[in-house]
Design a protein around this ligand. Structure first.
Ligand SMILES: Nc1ncnc2c1ncn2[C@@H]1O[C@H](COP(=O)(O)OP(=O)(O)OP(=O)(O)O)[C@@H](O)[C@H]1O
Length: 251
């Protein structure tokens, strides 16, 4: 007999309005457990709003979020325990070092035994141990992403929700993050991330959803979605290339 594993994330009719504007418009989405999953879409498509609702940081107007089979509205504590979250624009305690932030996180989350070894491993693999006395206020963008990822992973979540983890960082830092996420998925974890970087999504993700105006335009394996082209070409085709107008004074 095979036991069916619950999807890592399941969205049903997820909707969010800001005033008259519908940012997320009845999204249905299933992210299978153990998948490296990408959400892509143009600026303002509703990616961050969707991830914020999955992360429990924004209440949906309607619809449901299920994480590892648990209803996020009813089993909030368990769902928050299962999730590791890194969102754009969330502030970090600037006057701590990276190691101090992990120590603080462990105590705040009441993480049991084993976290000091995990903190050491994370700081090392993300090369943050090279600047042990640097305060977060002096961290580069890449270092901020890395410490954010370490914070998200410290309690050993089963699902990572990451808003643009590769944005504005150099290729070496990106590889370090990618390597860590690959290991997380190889160990049975699920990664759900948003990105504008089609080459990274193509390289790392197994499945992808393309959203625009708060709706899913297409979803499937990366090969299904790109259908023999690059993901970038598919994206531009589905989203619509900008109209080019000649500007004489630029010539
Ligand atoms: N707190 C808010 N108040 C009002 N409107 C908002 C708010 N948050 C998001 N929006 C609007 O909802 C829409 C979706 O925004 P969202 O940030 O989810 O898009 P996104 O796909 O993540 O975009 P980007 O790629 O630029 O980060 C946008 O039109 C945005 O202006």
């Amino acid at each position: 007999m095979t036991t069916e594993i619950a999807p890592a994330v399941q969205l049903r009719g997820l909707t969010k309005r800001f005033g008259d504007h519908v940012a997320v418009d009845g999204i249905d989405l299933t992210v299978p457990a153990g998948t490296f999953y990408g959400i892509v879409g143009p600026n303002g498509a509703g990616k961050s709003t969707t991830l914020l609702m999955i992360a429990g940081l924004l209440a949906p107007d309607s619809g449901s979020v299920t994480v590892a089979g648990m209803d996020a509205a009813k089993d909030r504590d368990q769902v928050l325990g299962a999730l590791g979250v890194m969102m754009e624009g969330l502030s970090l305690p600037e006057r701590l070092t990276g190691a101090e932030l992990l120590d603080y996180t462990a105590r705040l989350r009441r993480i049991g035994e084993g976290w000091p070894e995990r903190a050491t491993d994370l700081l090392e693999i993300l090369e943050l141990d090279r600047a042990p006395s640097t305060l977060i206020v002096d961290y580069s963008t890449g270092m901020r992403k890395k410490i954010g990822l370490a914070v998200a992973l410290l309690h050993r979540p089963s699902v990572l929700v990451l808003d643009e983890p590769f944005e504005a960082i150099d290729p070496v830092s990106a590889r370090a993050i990618e390597g860590l996420l690959d290991q997380f998925v190889a160990g049975g974890g699920t990664v759900l991330l948003s990105s504008h970087l089609m080459d990274v999504v193509e390289r790392t993700c197994e499945r992808v959803a393309l959203i625009k105006n708060g709706r899913i335009l297409t979803e499937g394996t990366v090969d299904e979605v790109r259908a023999g082209r690059t993901l970038n070409e598919t994206f531009v085709d589905l989203v619509g290339a900008p109209v080019q107008r000649e500007i004489r004074w630029l010539a």
